[in-house]
Design a protein around this ligand. Structure first.
Ligand code: PLP
Length: 378
């Protein structure tokens, strides 16, 4: 599996970059398109903001929506998945004593947002304890089922969990939430462009997903989708000049900003399509597994979950003597960076997980180089 010419990206040649999961690399062609949008804005900003931007955003939403099975009218742009999740959390009319349920591996910013808001509004936060090492997706569903309470109002589930890289069975969790009378927000920060995605078919009420990780859009590009029946009252974190004018209008203007990451998201999608879309996702998934298996075989480290639950990110568990918690993770990460390898290390359940990503610009040589570095650290 050869990487596509790395010249299509501006990646530093001296690094082995195996962390598309944290921050994807934006292709040169997409950055150029972003420059073109910025140039258009700066020629006549009033005409651009008043006359060109609204239509441009709607066309971009229709294009991206089409890729994820959604109608453009149900999709708005936000800066990132963190902002999308915050908007949903803050928009719900929480009542005292209600509960919000998240997985214990939920993204820290989303957990903190729920906890802060809970303290302000008087609701409670519960965590589904998803086993760090598990045999199959049913264990995720069981963890959510056990943690549901009679007053659970909102369930938040990651589509792909950040530290463990597990693809969660979001459809089953959606059925569970619905049966319990709770709303469901899917945090799909890693999903668009990494796995085939039909958002309405998930059965959630809200879905937020980044375009700047796996869909090659510039940084600051994400979507928030909402089922039509819950769009009323769903408002951005920053109050809009268009307050009270409805879902699309409110999110279309949250103060003066550079809208080029959103307007050039279709160029990211076009790039993804040029590389094969479904074929690219399948290729990355196969490479991530092959690469992680190679690393596991050379080092003796283990892959903690079943192959069927991973997409283009796969972790291995590091030896216990390398440490645990944040300090351990930072130490190992720093040692890898010193050797010009970029791979994130996460503390999970008392162990350290090294999460490898495979994107179009990676090939097996990157994983071989990582294995050599790990062996030298052993
Ligand atoms: C599950 C999950 N949610 C949210 C985020 C935050 O993404 P962003 O920084 O684009 O808001 C991440 C980032 O990796 C993530 O993994």
């Amino acid at each position: 599996m050869n990487a596509l010419s790395r010249r299509l990206w501006t990646l530093a040649p001296s690094w082995r970059y195996l962390n598309n999961g944290s921050f994807g690399a934006c292709p040169r062609a997409v950055l150029k398109e972003q420059d073109r949008w910025r140039a258009r804005l700066e020629r006549q900003a009033v005409v651009f903001m008043d006359d060109e931007l609204p239509g441009g955003l709607r066309r971009a939403a229709a294009d991206i929506g089409g890729f994820v099975g959604a109608r453009g009218e149900d999709v708005v742009f936000v800066d990132n998945a963190t902002t999308g999740a915050n908007a949903v959390l803050r928009s719900l009319p929480w009542r005292r004593g209600e509960r919000c349920l998240l997985a214990d591996t939920a993204y820290p910013a989303v957990r903190f947002a729920a906890e802060r808001l809970a303290a302000e509004r008087g609701f409670g936060v519960d965590y589904a304890r998803v086993p760090a090492r598990l045999g199959g997706p049913e264990e995720v569903v069981q963890a959510f089922e056990r943690a549901l309470r009679p007053r659970t109002r909102l369930v938040v589930v990651d589509h792909i969990a950040a530290p463990t890289a597990l693809v969660f069975p979001v459809r089953q969790v959606a059925r569970l939430a619905k049966a319990a009378g709770a709303r469901l927000l899917v945090d799909g920060a890693h999903a668009p462009g990494q796995i085939p995605l039909d958002i309405p078919a998930v059965g959630a009420d809200y879905y937020t997903g980044n375009l700047h990780k796996w869909l090659f859009a510039p940084k600051g590009s994400a979507i928030l989708w909402a089922r039509r029946s819950v769009q009323d009252g769903l408002v951005p974190v920053v109050t809009s000049n268009n307050a009270g004018q409805g879902f699309l209008e409110e999110f279309a203007w949250t103060g003066t900003r550079d809208p080029s990451p959103w307007l050039s998201a279709p160029a990211g999608l076009a790039f993804h399509r040029r590389l094969g879309a479904g074929r690219l996702m399948a290729r990355n998934r196969a490479l991530a597994w092959q690469g992680a298996s190679l690393v596991a075989e050379k080092t003796g480290f283990s892959i903690p979950g079943p192959r069927s639950m991973y997409a283009a990110m796969v972790p291995v568990v590091l030896p216990r003597r390398w440490g645990s918690g944040r300090p351990g993770a930072e130490r190992v990460h720093a040692a890898l960076q010193k050797r010009k390898v970029e791979v994130p290390v996460f503390p999970v359940g008392g162990e350290l997980y090294l999460r490898m990503s495979a994107q179009a610009y990676n090939d097996l040589d990157d994983f071989k180089a990582l294995a050599r570095v790990l062996l030298s650290l052993l």
